[in-house]
Design a protein around this ligand. Structure first.
Ligand code: F6R
Length: 261
């Protein structure tokens, strides 16, 4: 795991978008794993800007989102399909048929989860997975005690996550309490992972995920087991990391460090 600390949110977000853009330029038919949430809004607006100004091409790209609420149709403003259309898909030249989210409206949710895993496999697996972290330590909606070998499945959301996300709904009580999410095992199967974490309110959980013990109580700590993870953070989120000076030293002293500079 590599940790890159940028001075502020804007710089951390820009670097994240740049990594995605570079991967897409290198492999136009990239299979990209996507996340939603407030942290990602700016990443998607940067990608849309790159599409507009630099012709960043999404025409061959396939996407798989981490998760979707159960019971919200795509036209519901709280659904992740609505979010993705609004912040990314409607603003770039992606073929809508190449964009995938688990269908939280499916009659048979277990069959839908198996179908989703099969689609990912048929696409050759996820080349690059974008992640945020929730205050509960979740990645996707893998709440505490999610098995590290879990696959796409139905998950009940914790009170911490409901408190985090319900203000995003017109009526907070309308937020679904259950979701479909890729499993921790599904995420760990990605070839490469970039996690973006910004803001003071994430400092404590980020420190647990990156420097704490690997434990199912903090799903994001499973990323310590993956050989190719970059965690991009701003100073606010980095506040409680013990080894900050080491991470900075590596970034500043390794020539052309991983090509991210
Ligand atoms: C949503 C997802 C979640 C979010 C996390 C952080 O698709 O995967 O794990 O990344 O809850 O959300 P924000 O950015 O709103 O703090």
């Amino acid at each position: 795991m590599e940790v890159i600390i940028r001075a502020h949110r804007e710089a951390a977000t820009k670097l994240t978008a740049q990594i995605i853009a570079d991967a897409l330029k290198k492999k136009p038919n990239l299979t990209l794993g996507l996340a939603t949430g407030s942290t990602m809004e700016m990443v998607y607006s940067k990608l849309a800007e790159m599409h507009k100004k630099e012709n960043l091409d999404f025409s061959l790209c396939k996407t798989f989102n981490l998760d979707e609420y159960i019971g919200l149709p795509p036209e519901n403003k709280g659904s992740y399909r609505y979010y993705m259309n609004k912040y990314l898909f409607n603003n770039v030249n992606i073929d809508p048929r190449n964009t995938h989210l688990p269908n939280g409206m499916a009659g048979d949710l277990s069959a839908e989860c198996i179908h989703y895993e099969n689609l990912i496999e048929e696409s050759g697996g996820i080349d690059l997975q974008l992640l945020g972290i929730g205050r509960s330590g979740h990645i996707g909606f893998n709440e505490p005690l999610s098995a590290f070998r879990s696959r796409t499945r139905e998950k009940a959301l914790t009170p911490v996550t409901i408190a985090q996300n319900s203000p995003l709904f017109d009526k907070p009580e309308d937020m679904p309490k259950r979701a479909l999410t890729m499993g921790v095992g599904t995420i760990l199967d990605s070839k490469r992972i970039v996690m973006l974490v910004t803001g003071k309110e994430k400092a404590a959980i980020l420190a647990k995920a990156v420097e704490g013990p690997v434990t199912a109580m903090v799903s994001a700590s499973a990323l310590q087991l993956h050989p190719k993870v970059v965690v991009i953070v701003d100073e606010d989120a980095a506040e409680m990391l013990q080894e900050k000076s080491y991470y900075r030293w590596i970034f500043d002293n390794e020539p052309d460090w991983l090509g991210y500079k």
